[in-house]
Structures are given as structure tokens and as C-alpha cells.
Write a protein that binds this ligand. Structure first.
Ligand SMILES: Cc1ncc(COP(=O)(O)O)c(C=O)c1O
Length: 415
């Protein structure tokens, strides 16, 4: 049996030279992150998520800093995703009230008056777990109904978590992308309002607001890094499904630092690598990844890029990686059993793949060329996002306790 390399890569040479991206300007006009953050700050229970330093791991891997924005406990929902769905609903409500360019304080958003003016709304979304949970939670918090579509591989635990956040769940016999199409058709027939994290022709405002909502997390991280004396990371590794999170993180830094932004790396599972394939095609267009997208990285199991996210990544992402399952499993175990003195981090399958990929790149001789291309050096400060905690407890135990998805023997490191 052939053992896949821990990382395959496609360089996006275009991103090295492009100085100005119209796509970034359209999605992240100056002040976007401030607006998103001032909304999230008003949500009861909001706290900045922690930025954790893996100081001893960084020393062992011969880089200056590994910083982890830990979203495993965001608003008690175990993932960053709620930042996007809640902000999109907020912007949509403002639009329906004719208040696009005005502030709407959270207390007014929750008021009887606003609810009366809006009438009954049913929010609907397709999800591979976390986005749907965030939309369900935001809808319930504001007193509205939510119907969430999941695909047939969604685990029972994820379905229960969405239901516990107040939504009705419907299972579609297909992939995440089939669920996206089905919820749209049913929403048209039933008058529901779709809150999608992915975009398509004619449907871009809401997914743009979703991406903008994620920028709260980056704005917090920048502030936390500055407090540690780090002006900006030299590198950012970010995991991707449809690419909205990656576009938000990379777009945030492109808006803030222009051509001096951090070197950015987009990481996907090798069985659902639609952005990697789009980069490989090299024609600037998003391309689908075929098959049933069978990966334990459930949040990344997407076969079609979000076009508005892709446009930003095509302009600004430096490198696209695709990784087998064992890379995410290694990341989960390292987060859960850190070196002495480093903080312990609960990281689910989609959350951990970037740490796994970074470690293989820094350690393995087979990946020395990639390490050089990325300019990973002793003075590098790398920012990672632990995008979810233990969102599928049974599977989490299978990996962390029972050692599922072992690292193949030729790629193991022993110290
Ligand atoms: C935990 C987690 N990480 C990362 C992602 C990827 O986000 P995107 O689909 O915007 O690329 C998701 C998406 O659902 C997710 O749930």
C-alpha cells in the first residue's frame, strides 16, 4: 500500500506579487472588523477567546512562536462558526429594517418592537455541523425558528448538538453541497430565509457578512499578539472547507498590512480539497472536488469553494495544502498532550489539521523544499486557529484515546 505524504502543496505565485486585491477591498472595507467586534461584544456571554502560546513546541521545532487562537469554547458552542451566522443575521435584520448604515444596539435587536416590525422569520441553513449550530443558536437567542439541513455522513452527536441549540434538523441523502442545494430549494418553496456560509451567483451578501463576522476573531488575535510584543505573525495557517474562514483570516491581514501581510497557508483534507484543486487548475476559477468527501474533518468536507472566498484566496493565499487524515489526528493528540509547560488545548478533527501540517513541514526531510518556500525560519511567528473543540465526542475519543489514524511509521518522529 502506498502511504500518502503528510502534505501535498500547490504554490500560488500570483499572491507573492499582487499588491492590491479588489476582492479584499469589496469584502473587508476598512473598519469591518471593528463593526463586527462591536456587535459580538454586546452578545450576552461574549468573551475574547484565548490566544495560547505553544512556547516549548516552538522551541523544539526551531521557530520563534506558535500561537493558537483557541475557539474551542466560543460562546459555549465549541467553534468559531457562531461569529459568522450571528453577524449575518444581524446585518440582514438591519437591512430589512432599512437601517443598513446605522448601528442597531443588541438590546434593540432583541426588542418586541423590532420583532413586530420583522414578523415571523424562519432561518434555514445547510451545515456540516458547526455553522448550523451557530445559526440555530443565534435564531433562538433572537426568538426565531431555525431549520438546519445536514448531509448523510453527519454524526448523531453533531445532529443532537444542533437540536439542543433549538433547531429542527433535516438529513439530506448526499454531501454537504447537496444539502446546500436542497435547503435553498425548500426555502424558496416555504419562504424561509437562508443563512449560508457559502456563496453562489446572485447570493453573496449573506456569505460576505458571514466572512466579515469571523474577523472579530482575527481582530482579537491581533490585539492579543500585540500585548505579547508581536506586531503581526509572519505566517498564518488556516483550515478550509468552502474557504470562508481562510478568506476572512487572509483578507483581514491583507486589509491591515497590504503586501506586508503574513505568508498564508490554506489547509484541506485530501479527500475534500476543492481549493487545492482550484489552485492546481490555475485559471482563477473555483473548481469542484468530486466524490463523497469522506473525511473525519467534518467541518472541511466541502466539494465546492465559495466563489467570493475563492476570489480572495486566489489573490492573496500563498500556498494550498492537502493532507491525509493522520495529519489531523496527530494535531489532535499534540494539542491534547502538549510538551510540559505548554497549555493543553481541546481540538477537534477540523481544528487540529493545521498544527499537524505545520509539524510535519518543520520536521520531515521530505518537506524541506516546502519549508524553504514558506520561509519558515528560527524567527518565524506562526498563527494557527483551533477552529473547534470536541464537537464529536465519540470520534474525538477514538482518535485521542484509542490512537485511530496513526501516523505511518516512516513519518514518525521520536526524541
Ligand atoms: C471547525 C471548522 N473549522 C473550519 C471550517 C472551515 O470553514 P469554511 O467552510 O469557511 O472554509 C469549518 C466549517 O464548517 C469548521 O466547522
Amino acid at each position: 500500500m502506498t502511504v500518502p505524504l503528510p502534505v501535498k502543496w500547490i504554490e500560488n505565485k500570483r499572491a507573492h506579487t499582487l499588491i492590491d486585491s479588489p476582492s479584499v477591498r469589496a469584502a473587508f472595507p476598512p473598519g469591518t472588523a471593528r463593526l463586527a467586534r462591536s456587535f459580538h461584544r454586546q452578545i450576552p456571554g461574549y468573551k475574547m477567546s484565548p490566544l495560547k502560546a505553544l512556547t516549548n513546541l516552538a522551541e523544539m521545532l526551531n521557530v520563534e512562536g506558535i500561537w493558537v487562537k483557541d475557539e474551542s469554547a466560543r460562546l459555549t458552542l465549541n467553534s468559531f462558526k457562531v461569529l459568522g451566522g450571528s453577524y449575518a443575521i444581524y446585518q440582514l435584520v438591519k437591512q430589512r429594517l432599512g437601517m443598513e448604515h446605522l448601528e442597531l444596539p443588541f438590546s434593540e435587536l432583541m426588542s418586541e418592537d423590532v420583532r413586530r416590525r420583522l414578523g415571523d422569520i424562519t432561518f434555514a441553513a445547510a451545515t456540516d455541523g458547526n455553522h448550523g449550530r451557530g445559526v440555530a443558536w443565534a435564531a433562538r437567542s433572537l426568538g426565531y425558528k431555525a431549520i438546519i439541513y445536514v448531509h448523510k455522513f453527519t454524526s448523531e452527536a453533531r445532529i443532537r448538538a444542533i437540536e439542543n441549540s433549538g433547531a429542527e434538523v433535516r438529513v439530506v441523502d448526499g454531501t454537504y453541497d447537496d444539502a446546500v442545494r436542497q435547503v435553498w430549494l425548500d426555502a424558496q418553496a416555504n419562504g424561509w430565509q437562508v443563512i449560508s456560509d457559502t456563496s453562489w451567483e446572485g447570493y453573496q451578501d449573506i456569505p460576505r457578512w458571514v466572512m466579515q463576522g469571523y474577523s472579530t476573531m482575527l481582530s482579537e488575535a491581533q490585539e492579543q499578539l500585540a500585548a505579547q510584543g508581536v506586531t503581526k505573525p509572519t505566517h498564518i495557517f488556516v483550515q478550509a472547507g468552502v474557504g470562508a474562514l481562510a478568506a476572512s483570516a487572509i483578507g483581514f491581514y491583507a486589509e491591515l498590512f497590504g503586501p506586508k501581510r503574513p505568508i498564508s497557508v490554506v489547509v484541506e483534507p485530501d479527500s475534500a480539497a476543492c481549493l487545492f484543486e482550484s489552485a492546481r487548475a490555475g485559471d482563477g476559477q473555483p473548481h469542484s472536488f468530486p466524490g463523497d468527501l469522506d473525511t473525519m474533518m467534518a467541518g472541511l468536507a466541502c466539494g465546492e469553494p465559495s466563489p467570493i472566498a475563492w476570489d480572495i484566496l486566489w489573490d492573496c493565499a500563498n500556498m494550498f495544502l492537502s493532507c491525509p487524515e493522520y495529519v489531523a489526528a496527530k494535531g489532535m493528540r499534540v494539542y491534547g498532550m502538549p510538551l510540559a509547560g505548554d497549555p493543553f488545548i481541546v481540538s477537534g478533527e477540523s481544528g487540529a489539521v493545521t498544527l499537524g501540517a505545520l509539524m510535519f513541514i518543520l520536521e520531515r526531510p521530505e518537506l524541506a523544499e516546502l519549508r524553504d518556500m514558506l520561509q519558515l525560519r528560527p524567527d518565524s511567528h506562526i498563527l494557527l486557529i483551533n477552529s473547534e473543540g470536541n464537537t464529536d465526542p465519540n470520534h474525538f475519543r477514538r482518535v485521542v484515546w484509542d490512537g485511530a489514524e496513526q501516523v505511518p511509521s516512516q513519518y514518525r518522529e521520536y526524541y
